[in-house]
Every structure is written in C-alpha cells, then in structure tokens.
Design a binder for this molecule. Structure first.
Ligand code: 5AD
Ligand code: SF4
Length: 568
C-alpha cells in the first residue's frame, strides 16, 4: 500500500432528471413584428416547411396584442411544479414541442454559464428535445456565451463562421439546422448579432431561458426570434439543472444572479442585470437532492455569492443593517434585512456532513465575522476563499470603484488568516486598467508578494462599451504594455503560489477523487480542501470504512494522501 493513502468510501449513485415545470413568460421579438426589415426574416428553409408551419406563420402574423404581453408580464414567474402553463395563444403545445429534435449545447466563460447551460437544457428536455454530444447530428446548436472581455466575444464570432459552413450544408435537409446565441453576448449585442450573422436563428438573454421552446418554435418557421429581457426576480428557483456528466462528483448550485456593484470596468451588471437571490428553501431542497444522489461537493454560485439576501418572505425583511467587511463600502445604498449568506451557508452545510461546500465568486466587501467564523468551525465548508483584489494600488481601486483601499484589503486578508488558520486564498487581477502607471503596477506586484495567493486569475484590461470606464475614463495603456504587465504579474504570482503551496507538501491531504489523471493512466486526480488539484498514484489502499478491505479509489471517494504532486 502507498504510505498514508487510505480511502473513505462513500456511496455513489445516478443523477436525477429535471423536476422543473417550464412556465412561459413573455415575449416575442420576431423581426416581422419588430420594425426591422422583414426580408431578414425569410430564409430558403422556410419554403420547405409543411402546411402546419405555413398555418403557424399566418397565426403568428395575427398574433397576440401588446396588451396580452402586459397582462402576462405581471404573472408571478414561480409556479408550483404541478401547475400546467398555458402556451402562448398563437402556438399549440404540439408546436412548442421539441419533437425529439437534437440539441447540441456549447458553453463558454464562467461557472455561471456552465450552470446556465444545465438550466437551459433542463427546460428544453422538459419540452421534448433530445441532447446530443455529436455536432454533426444536431438539429439545434446553442452557444452559451460570455462578454466579459473582447477576446471571449471574438471566440464566438469565429465559432459562428465555422457553424455557418455546417448550416449551409444542411440547408436542403428535411430538418434544417438552427443556431442560437444564449447568455451575455445575446444580452449585450442584441439584434446586432442577428443583423451581422443572418444564420443566427435565436437569441436568448440570461433571464430568458424559460422562453427557449417558444423561440425555437418561432425559428422553426424560418423567422429569427429573440428574448433579451432582463428580469428583477428570475432565479430559475424551480428549475432543477440537469448535469452533463452523470459520473460527476460535484455540482454547482446557483444561489443568486446579477450584480449591483457597478465596478467601472465590468459589463456584468449590464448583461446579467440586477442582483437577486433565490429563496433559501429552494436552495436547500436542491442541495438535499444532490446529497441523496450521492454527490460529494456543491459549489454555491453567484456573481456576488456572499451578497446573498433572501427577501422572498415578509418576515425575513427586518431592519437589521448589513455588516460589511471592515474598511469596505458599497457603490449602492446599503440594503437591509433578508436572510443573509451566513444563514444560508449554515443551513446548507448541515444537510450532509460528508458533502463539501464551496462558493464562488464572492466580493471582498461581504465577509462579516459570522461568515468567517462559520467557515472556520464547520468541517465540511472548505477553507478556501476567493478574494478578487483587481489591483494593488488604492488609486486604481478607486478608479475601478471597488469600494476599498489596498490597506483595507490587506487588513481583511490578515483578519481572514487569523480567523481561518490554513485557509487557501485566490484572487483576480486586471493589468493595464485606465490610467495605471508603472508605480500602480508595481503596487499590484507587491500585493501578490505580500499575500502569496494559492491560486490566481489574471487578465489584461479589455474596455467594454456601456461601462462607467468606457464613458468616463481613457483606455490609455497600449496593448503591448498591458500584455507586458500581465506577463510580469503571472510570473510573480507563479513564484509566490509555488512558495505558498509548498506548505502542503509532506502534510496529509483529504482529497475528493475526481478520476484518472489526464497526464498519466497510473495516477488519479482530485482536489484538496483548498481546491488545489492533487495527483497521486492509483494504488490499492485500505478502506477505513471496511477494515481489512483493500480497494482502488473511485471518483467520489475521499482519500487521505501524503505522497502527491500539485497541479497549478
Ligand atoms: N477586462 C479585463 N478583465 C475583466 N474582468 C471583469 N471585467 C474585465 C474587463 N473589462 C475580470 C475581473 C473579474 C473577472 C471575472 O474578470 O478580474 O473579477
Ligand atoms: Fe463585475 Fe464588479 Fe459585479 Fe464582479 S462585483 S460582477 S467585477 S461589477
């Protein structure tokens, strides 16, 4: 047996199907009705459609009135899952059905997009679509997109060029290919995408996934369709995401959406809308189900996960004021009341003591002592905190409207390390923000050296239209300077992380096994409590829950490992 390697075997079983009922909300923005040139609506495929679709198109033309949409807009979005939704008046249930058409989903960007993909698929599956992982056999291709930096959008434009070729090959087929843009890019660019790429059939913003069956039904008739309406309360609370990988050991649970912070460089508040939290009860229900399915780790997700505030019931809305981290302020009027993140974390971590709890991505302003204390005390809440700093210069932080100085941030780091001994820290940094001097850059380098993060995500600044920085500041750092500074930050980050992570070497780590290492067939990989990737030999070991039994570790097992390497 490998020294000090033993397995704590936990039960694993299959994932569940979707539990959601798809409630239909709003809206059509078909070009035929939008005042945009109607020629853009027709396509050669349309002529191939049968009488049913001709009939559908004529009903669409004499479709619902504006009053109809206003009436529906005030209907509460969450309904008991048993309640059957009325189809839009110009579409029959049959027309809304996917009729076993095959959907290929492709995800770009952050973990929120991974979770959104699962939500979109849950809704489509309920509506009679099938899933395929083979692009060639897809009837519908949906790209879940990201707008955070220019490069992320360029990737999608390039991908659309490839898909165009695929689509033109399929023009004369019985079931023509439909292409959809979902998520942040749909929200940011809206009909600019439809105008620029005529081959795109549907657009759905991050709050419009419930509308996907209707958008695809409209697209089937040969018209482009879009819903980019942002919502104040959509959290998809009743939609159980369907995970892609049935053998996965961990899952993401979305607990809040949107962002009110308005950091001056960031497009997220414009693409994902206002901050809103999902009711605690629905989160607990989802985590309980995941635990029953045998999952061993959940990551609570949100743009500002620790700003969580469930105000769904009147009794939660007391006048208790919000405790921010010391020395931090927010860009918006202080909110009051509601069930806060500490409450949620407490409840979630009690569901299954063998289930690891992580959360991402937090804002440093929302780490009151209650949260830190809980992370310290509760064994299954991972001692790992992502603490996006963005810059080490107080001057740049002010221009970014982050609501803290370098000093307040460093004090928070010390306070976190005192409160949670052995905590792993990670961060995000932006190189070359508007007006950043060499001295400002040096301040960021010195913050990396001072904190010694275990993990980091570093980016060159990418100017985004609509943001405060776009309107008020000058993107005045030349591209080559941004890239040089980024390289310097990456080098320093790596040196410091290597030093910080040496602390783990020689210590026994509790690792949740994910599977075989991609680098070697004789090694396994998993993650330690600090979320670092740990590679260790796939050897026989003692099963401590079954004394005397020697086993090989499987995905979903916890293993105590002493001899390992870390992958950074
Ligand atoms: N340019 C570069 N990086 C950005 N981020 C957000 N907006 C921009 C931008 N315009 C980075 C921040 C954030 C992470 C998710 O992306 O570091 O924390
Ligand atoms: Fe963007 Fe700032 Fe909101 Fe994060 S906190 S999503 S960086 S605006």
């Amino acid at each position: 047996m490998h020294p000090l390697q033993c397995v704590l075997r936990m039960q694993r079983c299959q994932r569940w199907g979707p539990l959601a009922s798809v409630s239909w909300v709003l809206l059509r923005t078909c070009r035929a009705h939008s005042g945009l040139p109607s020629t853009a609506c027709s396509s050669p495929e349309r002529q191939q459609e049968d009488g049913v679709w001709k009939d559908f198109s004529s009903r669409l033309a004499t479709g619902p009135t504006f009053q109809h949409f206003l009436r529906n807009a005030s209907v509460p979005q969450e309904k008991p899952s048993s309640e059957v939704d009325d189809p839009p008046p110009y579409l029959t249930v049959d027309e809304l059905s996917g009729r076993q058409r095959k959907v290929y989903l492709e995800t770009y960007g952050c973990q929120m997009n991974v979770n959104d993909t699962e939500i979109a698929w849950s809704i489509l599956q309920k509506s009679g679509y099938l899933r395929t992982s083979n692009l060639q056999e897809a009837d519908v291709i949906l790209l879940v997109t990201c707008s955070i930096r220019e490069k992320a959008e360029q990737t999608i434009w390039n991908r659309l060029q490839q898909l165009k070729v695929l689509k033109s090959k399929r023009l004369r087929s019985r079931v023509p290919l439909k292409i959809g843009i979902l998520g942040c890019m749909a929200e940011r660019l809206k009909e600019e995408i439809l105008n620029r790429e005529k081959m795109v059939d549907i657009l759905a913003g991050p709050d419009a996934y419930r509308d996907l069956p209707r958008l695809l039904a409209v697209a089937k008739s040969g018209q482009q369709a879009a819903n980019v309406l942002l919502s104040l309360d959509e959290t998809y609370a009743d939609v159980m995401p369907v995970q892609m990988s049935p053998s996965a050991t961990s899952a993401f649970v979305s607990i809040m959406r949107g962002c009110d912070n308005m950091c001056s460089y960031c497009i997220v508040p414009f693409t994902r809308g206002r901050e809103r939290s999902r009711p605690v009860a629905s989160i607990l229900e989802e985590v309980r189900k995941l635990s029953e399915q045998g999952l061993k780790e959940v990551t609570l997700l949100g743009q500002n996960v620790n700003s969580f505030r469930d105000t769904s019931e009147v009794q939660f809305n007391n006048a208790v004021s919000t405790n921010l981290s010391r020395g931090f302020s927010s860009n918006y009027k202080t909110k009051q009341g509601g069930l806060r993140f500490a409450h949620l974390l407490d409840q979630v971590s009690r569901i299954d003591p063998e289930m690891r709890i992580r959360f991402t991505s937090p804002h440093p302003k929302d780490f009151p002592d209650e949260v830190l204390q809980l992370i310290h005390e509760r064994d299954n809440i991972c001692k790992q905190i992502h603490l996006p700093a963005q810059s080490g210069s107080s001057r740049v932080l002010e221009a970014m409207r982050r609501g803290y100085s370098r000093e307040a941030y460093v004090e928070l780091v010390h306070h976190i390390r005192e409160s949670i001994p052995g905590v792993s820290l990670s961060s995000d940094f932006i190189a070359g923000f508007c007006g950043e001097t060499e001295e400002d850059h040096f301040q960021t380098v010195s913050l990396l050296q001072e904190v010694q993060y275990n993990m980091g995500f570093l980016f060159a600044y990418s100017m985004r239209q609509k943001t405060r920085a776009y309107h008020r500041l000058k993107d005045d750092i030349p591209e080559e300077v941004k890239l040089r500074r980024l390289e310097e930050l990456i080098t320093v980050f790596r040196e410091e992380a290597t030093k910080a992570n040496k602390a783990f070497v020689g210590c026994t780590q509790l690792v949740l096994v994910e599977g075989l290492s991609k680098r070697s067939a004789t090694d396994l990989c998993g993650r330690n409590d600090g979320n670092l990737k740990v590679i260790f030999p796939d050897a026989e070991m003692e099963d401590v829950t079954n004394s005397g039994l020697r086993v090989r570790a499987q995905p979903g097992d916890y293993v105590l490992v002493k001899d390992f390497s870390l992958q950074q």
